[in-house]
Design a protein around this ligand. Sequence first.
Ligand SMILES: Nc1nc2c(c(=O)[nH]1)N[C@H]1C(S)=C(S)[C@@H](COP(=O)(O)OP(=O)(O)OC[C@H]3O[C@@H](n4cnc5c(=O)[nH]c(N)nc54)[C@H](O)[C@@H]3O)O[C@H]1N2
Ligand SMILES: Nc1nc2c(c(=O)[nH]1)N[C@H]1C(S)=C(S)[C@@H](COP(=O)(O)OP(=O)(O)OC[C@H]3O[C@@H](n4cnc5c(=O)[nH]c(N)nc54)[C@H](O)[C@@H]3O)O[C@H]1N2
Ligand SMILES: [Mo]
Length: 777
Amino acid sequence: MSEQQDLPLTSTHWGTYRARVSNGRVQELLAFEQDPDPSPIGSGIIDVQDGPTRIDAPMVRQSWLEHGPGARTDRRAVDPFVQVSWEKANALVAEELNRVRRTYGNQAIYGGSYGWASAGRFHHAQSQMRRFLNCIGGFTASQFTYSFAAAEAMIPHVLGSFRAYLDSCTSWDSIRDNTRLFVCFGGVPLKNGQISQGGTGKHYQRQSLKDAGAAGIDFVNVGPLKSDLLDDVGGTWLAARPNTDAAILLGLAHTLHVEGLADLDFLKRYTVGYERILPYLTGAEDGAPKDADWAAEISGLSADTLRDLARRMARERTMISVSWSLTRQDHGEQPFWAAILVASMLGQIGLPGGGFGFGYSAMNYIGGRFNSLPGAAFPQKTNPVESFIPVARISDLLLHPGDQFDFDGVEYEYPDIRLVYWAGGNPFHHHQDLNRMRRAWQKPDTIIVNEWCWNALAKHADIVLPCTTPLERQDIALTPRDSYVVAMSKLTEPYGQARDDFEIFRGIAEAMGIGAEFDEGLDQSGWQRRLYDETGENSRAIGIEIPDYDSFLQQGWFKVDDPTEPIIMLGAFREDPEANPLATPSGKMELFSETVHGFGYDDCPGHPVWIEPYEWLGNADPRWPLHLISNQPKEKLHSQLDHGSVCKSAKIKGREPVVMHPDDALARGLQGGDVVRVFNDRGACLGGVTVDDSIRPGVVQMSTGAWFDPADPAAPESLCKHGNPNVLTRDKGTSRLAQGPTAHTCMVQIEQFDEELPPVTAHEPPKILRPVPGGQA
Ligand SMILES: Nc1nc2c(c(=O)[nH]1)N[C@H]1C(S)=C(S)[C@@H](COP(=O)(O)OP(=O)(O)OC[C@H]3O[C@@H](n4cnc5c(=O)[nH]c(N)nc54)[C@H](O)[C@@H]3O)O[C@H]1N2
Ligand SMILES: Nc1nc2c(c(=O)[nH]1)N[C@H]1C(S)=C(S)[C@@H](COP(=O)(O)OP(=O)(O)OC[C@H]3O[C@@H](n4cnc5c(=O)[nH]c(N)nc54)[C@H](O)[C@@H]3O)O[C@H]1N2
Ligand SMILES: [Mo]
């Protein structure tokens, strides 16, 4: 074994690394020898593993500490914090949880706590938090994700499940060997393939894409950014207006229909409802045929191009890939459904390299050919509270207690939330319309947060409990989306007084007299052994042998064997639809859903449609003429490590880059490197201009992830001087069906920022009142 392979391992959502540790610090993270395409994101943690951005002790907001719950909630992120001891913090949290649950009931605690936290099966923050809150009687929860809520609600009505097909997209090798035409809406963004939730052993998207290109597959990238597809694979860029994908797909469907290219045998055998879409498609219903001319008018592409594309799709083995981003827009339920319609008409679903796939390279695992272990989970117990929200309705929940909302065919009511507990997510990163969210954020009496760094979430809390990073704890990287199982070593001691989330909740549980219920008498190493041993038993039951726990720790990692055959989505269904029916009411793919139709939603009828988004290039208010795409950042995962060196080096004068077409820059007298104000009637932020002609004119792109940095934290609305695009996005659900987030539907204006540049303070800690040495805490 070489010297490097003796170094301890750690795992992250962006890859597995070996660590060089000395003087109590991680000095370097080196690529895992199994990974041919390691992500640079990892090194971002080196300079922020310690230092002023780390939260080093429990902290309480001064007004809250002095005047109790609900005091001056408008002063969140304004008041200084007071450092307290763990004992005091635990007592305060225990007392406040007891007050809220006894006075208002457990549904008054919001524990939805959406977010990605860190890799590692045991120290998964949300799992720890949910188990703890369930031990004290439950909480109001959240459903679905920000990633693709619209599909999570919609696709089960069409295919019987969304997750089952997301996890079984046709593998890249089947594409390489069979596909001739790869039509990708939103491209195949390799920047996103760096990530896989729970840990990544080996990155394979780049090589898979290159192999597909080398095999002569023709790629067609439909979307606003040319850079969503690697230049090396060539192909065609169809620079469509954002949010017009459903119209483009319906236009393709129309051509297939009128030119007799639809595979009627396939439609009859494997789908229901095709004939019920036709009156809409042909315009018999409303006088508006959804033909190529109609789609061209909406999308800005040419009708000939669309007709030609439809014909080629019918002639050749075609894979349609729909980026997850298509769901994060107004009426985001429609594009995936429309893609399934077109793929059904092509009749290639279930054939090698044909059909559709959900977002190749949205994450590393999409299109992978791998097996994973039936891993045991940290048991979360059951939540007796029934109230919940669709995840992106957080501001509505806080602002409108008692109001009704629709969701997937049922009407629910928002409970009255008094306390919010967040661990492992960052709503000041992920939520839309942050000015609105800050108003909502003032409603609860108390906000408790476990965090490791002083980001906007920590700054906007009442009680901040400092947690460890994965570098500071032992864990097991084991996920259903990767075949590598990695023993994550504890590389350094926790920073300051930071504790693992498990220890944080154990401490509070003890203060509430339910310590034994929470930990079952096991410490973290006892729990990890138990989870690993259970995983071994589950695996053995399906014929997979894994090393015993001590050997695993000794050897550091192992890999589960790959399947020998390529994966073909819906292959078994195609082979024998009677023996392998889908979990839909008809057992077939529901191109028309009687269930969805029965909900009677005007914003999500019974078959795929195109509905004008609430704002877009087709009817732009002249004040906001540019469509903003706030996509996933290349240098980080969401807001994580934004304060590290890798991300900082990509900023322009400290601001988030905003990519503009040369025409749009010229029209505003802007040049690369200028600092601009990006704004609309919801908010404003600064950004640093990058001029690039690989973006559609009229579209601007600004990645998410810059830590929210209000110029005046005391003002109800304030410029974000750093460049968080969620001050601009709108907080409206995709439709009454899914209520998903719609970040990718957003119009803005951009102008030169002439004032003196305010310093970025996002990465500085808040004012902290420390105990006097020798005095009382
Ligand atoms: N405008 C716009 N907004 C978007 C999107 C978009 O495309 N455009 N995309 C959306 C999508 S798809 C997603 S998934 C969301 C992502 O939103 P989030 O998942 O909320 O974003 P992260 O920055 O990953 O937040 C994770 C937080 O957990 C903290 N953390 C890390 N490890 C630990 C730990 O061990 N314990 C604890 N207690 N905390 C820990 C990190 O410091 C960080 O603050 O954003 C959404 N928001
Ligand atoms: N490096 C990195 N990778 C990540 C993440 C990260 O934060 N950083 N986050 C991970 C997570 S949680 C998720 S959910 C996935 C998300 O994966 P995606 O949803 O694929 O992510 P995005 O980057 O938002 O979108 C991909 C591309 O879609 C295009 N697009 C946007 N709107 C439209 C549209 O209306 N039509 C068309 N045709 N194209 C459009 C944009 O040009 C964008 O670059 O990424 C994951 N991967
Ligand atoms: Mo996501």
